[in-house]
Each structure stands twice: as structure tokens, then as C-alpha cells.
Design a protein around this ligand. Structure first.
Ligand code: ZN
Length: 438
């Protein structure tokens, strides 16, 4: 049963919280302002995957995103037959909330296609990110800069807007099949020590400012990282390096690649211990279609949690649909936190059930309540609204059940949206006080 007045009171209090958004992929504002935009932009990720899942041909999505000869109405007609099937999923609802609040447009449909595209284009100006963050209640976002507009220096973007973002250190160096894997380091990579040294230099230069290091390898392999001996990896790495694997087709086997990745992930976690840097792992659902879900269950990481007790881990996307396992992991390990980033649009109902269970089982300081996880700003806004509404709904249930007072519920909600992230990521030392807020 819903407890509407209680939900409203709690939501009102949460709307005043200056949120720490634990995960965004937004373009820089410069890129955002200079790129052509129409409604297709809303389908660059997430909702497009639901459309494909509903039966929409992937080539129609491709035209929606890239065909500049099509006007907004023609683009809309490509996806219209499938939109009706996905408009009630978390992805669909998020988009309709965003265009309702930001552009005063009631629902995605052919009649609104042109006006929506015009509104989106008119909103491309410097300062719009800050406006939307303020409307969403977001103080600052931990930023996983995508390399779609690359090349950017390996692992780190040297300049970015610190009034909006705290940047993650990235892990492109795990993608050893990238033909350019050894370039961009500012020095030749001639042996394993060169490679480790280059990675180490980035930690030394940037870990003090970074929010975390982000590992996204669950898209391409299982999250079990064996503890490999250097004596195993060094000859393998050097042999493959000498064969010029990126040039002459002498590609390493999957097994060899994974062994090297194992070693590099452990090496990075040792750097995290040295520089007191949080390690974020993508776990659970992968974006897109046709992924291997069993690769990404958080329980596969348990050897790392035990092996590196001084490294704090942030487990993304609550490992959905393995979120029950994550409760057990976060309950067991002092160094494991749960992160709801992306989750409130993956499934609001599963998110609510999970949060209710976590509040019963896991110390509340280890739950991060919101990360937008969007490439486009409209999605960030819609997701923030959904996160607050659903957190308020879970907390209202706890109050109605007599498990906590309303004041306590508001305190817990504030921790979920703000204080926990400040503490876990050590943001007081990394974010200007005026950006972080009181
Ligand atoms: Zn992400």
C-alpha cells in the first residue's frame, strides 16, 4: 500500500538535499553545445536497447541516431511502433519525466517530435548543465568521461569543469586488443615494467584529485581476477609485445589476454591502496543487447575484497539481477559499498525491493542512492527525479511499518543521496568547498 502523505513529506525533504551523483558519462559542456541535436539524442543509449529488445530493427535505431536527411517526424516514425511497448519501462518513464519538466512537453509522440527537437537544440548553451543539475538537486557528479570523441590522454582528461564534475581515472590500458594500446603514454612501451611504470605515473599524478578508478571490463570477460605471479605474466607480456600483436595479427589468445588483465587489475588495486583511491566496478546488467550477464555478478570479485582490505570498493548498479548476493557481500566486507547508479531506471520496482532489503541487512553508510549514468543531460534529470521518488517511497514504507521515524527516514535519505558518497570517496579533500556545499 502507498503512504502518499508520508512519501510527500519525505520527498520534500530529499528535494532540498544537495546530491552527490556517483556516476555520469556526460559530454563536456563544450561538446554538448557544439553538437547537432534532435530527439534521436534521447535514444543514444538505454531506451534504444529496450526498443531493440521489443523488436525494433537495429538499423532503424542507427538511422534515428545518425541519418541527417531525416526530419524529427520521420525519425519518430521509425520507432513509433515499438515506443508504446517500452514507455512504461524505467527507461521510457525517465525520458517522459525529463521532457515534461525541462521542455514542458507532454509525452513522446509524432505531434511533439519537432517541438521537442527544437527545445533540445535551444537548450544547448553554456550553463545549461548547471541549471539542470540545480533543478535535479545535484551538487556535483563523479564523472566517467567517455572516449567517444577521443583521442584523450590515457586514463585521464587533463582539463574539465570542476564545478560540475569529479573525474574518475579510466582503464583503457586493459583493452590490449586496441591497435593503439601502447600509444599515448608519452613514452615508449618496450617491456612490462614500462607499461606498469606508465600506469603508476598516472596514479601518482591524478589519484589525489580523482573520485575513483572505474573498471568496466564486465562487458568483455568474467569479473574473476586471479592473483597471477609476475613470473607468469612478464614473459607472456614481453613475448606478445615483441611479436607486435597489434600490427601483424599475432593476437594473443583470450586466455593470455585475461591473464595479463588479471595482473593489471591487481596492480591497480595495489595503487589504490597506496593512494587511498576507491575502486569502482561495473557489475550486473550490461548496457546494450545480447550481453553475457553471468560475467558480471559481483560475487566473482570476492577474492579482491578479501585480498585488499584497505581498498574501498564501490559496486555499481547493485549487481542487478544479483542484488541479493551484493547484500551478503556488503554485510560481510567492511570495504564494500553498494551503488544504485543506473538502477532506478533499470527497474524502479527491483530498486525499491533491493533498497528495502539493504536497509534491513547492510549498514546504511555503505549505500549510495543515486548515480545518473547518462550521456545526455535530460536523462540525468529524469533519473534524479525517479531516484528521489522511489527512495522516498521505500522510506515511507519503513515509517508506516513502524521501523523508523519520519525524522530518521529523512536522515537516512540524506545519507543515501549525499553524505555516504562524500565519506566513501573522500570528497572533502577533492572538491572545492563551494561546489560541495555545506
Ligand atoms: Zn556507466
Amino acid at each position: 500500500m502507498r503512504h502518499i502523505p508520508l512519501e510527500r513529506d519525505i520527498l520534500q525533504a530529499l528535494n532540498a538535499v544537495r546530491i552527490i551523483d556517483t556516476h555520469e558519462h556526460l559530454d563536456t559542456e563544450e561538446e554538448f553545445c557544439s553538437s547537432h541535436v534532435d530527439l534521436g539524442r534521447l535514444f543514444v543509449h538505454y531506451a534504444n536497447s529496450d526498443l531493440v529488445s521489443a523488436g525494433c530493427p537495429p538499423q532503424d535505431i542507427e538511422r534515428l541516431l545518425t541519418d541527417t536527411t531525416l526530419g524529427p517526424r520521420a525519425k519518430w516514425r521509425l520507432i513509433a511502433p515499438y515506443w508504446d511497448y517500452i514507455r512504461d519501462t524505467g527507461y521510457g518513464r525517465c525520458l517522459e519525466i525529463a521532457i515534461r519538466d525541462l521542455y514542458d512537453i507532454d509525452g513522446l509522440c509524432e505531434q511533439n517530435a519537432e517541438r521537442l527537437s527544437e527545445c533540445m537544440a535551444a537548450a544547448r548553451y553554456p550553463g545549461y548543465y548547471r541549471e539542470v543539475f540545480d533543478r535535479a538537486g545535484i551538487g556535483v557528479a563523479l564523472w566517467n568521461r567517455l572516449e567517444r570523441y577521443g583521442p584523450i590522454p590515457r586514463m585521464w582528461t587533463p582539463t574539465y569543469d570542476r564545478s560540475l564534475f569529479v573525474q574518475d581515472i579510466l582503464t583503457p590500458f586493459l583493452e590490449l586488443r586496441d591497435p593503439q594500446w601502447s600509444e599515448g603514454w608519452g613514452r615508449p612501451i618496450l617491456c612490462l615494467d614500462d607499461y606498469l611504470g606508465a600506469i603508476e605515473e598516472r596514479f601518482a599524478a591524478h589519484a589525489g584529485q580523482a573520485s575513483a578508478i572505474k573498471f568496466g571490463v564486465a562487458y568483455s570477460r568474467p569479473l574473476r581476477f586471479e592473483d597471477r605471479a609476475r613470473a607468469e605474466i612478464e614473459p607472456l607480456f614481453n613475448r606478445l609485445l615483441n611479436a607486435g600483436w597489434e600490427r601483424n595479427g599475432a593476437m594473443p589468445t583470450m586466455q593470455e589476454l585475461r591473464a595479463i588483465q588479471d595482473y593489471l587489475v591487481h596492480f591497480c588495486l595495489q595503487q589504490c591502496a597506496r593512494y587511498d583511491l576507491v575502486a569502482k566496478f561495473h557489475t550486473g546488467l550490461q548496457e546494450g543487447n545480447g550481453n553475457t550477464i553471468t560475467n558480471s555478478r559481483a560475487a566473482l570479485l570476492a577474492n579482491l575484497f578479501a585480498r585488499y582490505p584497505t581498498v574501498r570498493f564501490d559496486i555499481y548498479h547493485i549487481s542487478y539481477p544479483y542484488h541479493d548476493e551484493l547484500a551478503a557481500l556488503a554485510k560481510n566486507f567492511a570495504n564494500v559499498a553498494i551503488d544504485f547508479c543506473w538502477m532506478w531506471i533499470i527497474s524502479p520496482a527491483a530498486g525499491r525491493r533491493a533498497l528495502s532489503d539493504y536497509l534491513d541487512a547492510v549498514p546504511v553508510n555503505k549505500i549510495h542512492g543515486f548515480g545518473g549514468d547518462f550521456i545526455f543531460i535530460e536523462g540525468t534529470y529524469g533519473h534524479a527525479v525517479m531516484a528521489k521518488e522511489n527512495i522516498a517511497r521505500v522510506l515511507a514504507d519503513k515509517v508506516a511499518d513502524g521501523e523508523m521515524t519520519c525524522d530518521r527516514a529523512i536522515q537516512v535519505g540524506t545519507w543515501l543521496l549525499r553524505d555516504n558518497a562524500i565519506n566513501w570517496f573522500g570528497l572533502r579533500d577533492k572538491v572545492p568547498a563551494e561546489v560541495l556545499g555545506a
